[in-house]
Design a protein around this ligand. Structure first.
Ligand SMILES: [Cu+2]
Length: 56
């Protein structure tokens, strides 16, 4: 992730996952903080990959 476009793409994909209430993407630290619940970790990881990024 390196720019606002990437940030928006990740946020959109992750927002579409069931149970997700809010998504905060931090470009500096390359962190994605997701709140809501119950959350499916695998689905969130898949969504980030769907957006074209790797999940550490
Ligand atoms: Cu970008």
């Amino acid at each position: 992730m390196h720019c606002e476009h990437c940030e928006a793409a990740v946020r959109e994909e992750v927002s579409a996952v069931a149970g997700v209430e809010s998504v905060v993407v931090d470009l500096e630290t390359k962190r994605v903080d997701v709140t809501g619940g119950p959350l499916d970790d695998a689905a969130i990881r898949a969504a980030i990959q769907e957006a074209g990024y790797e999940v550490a």
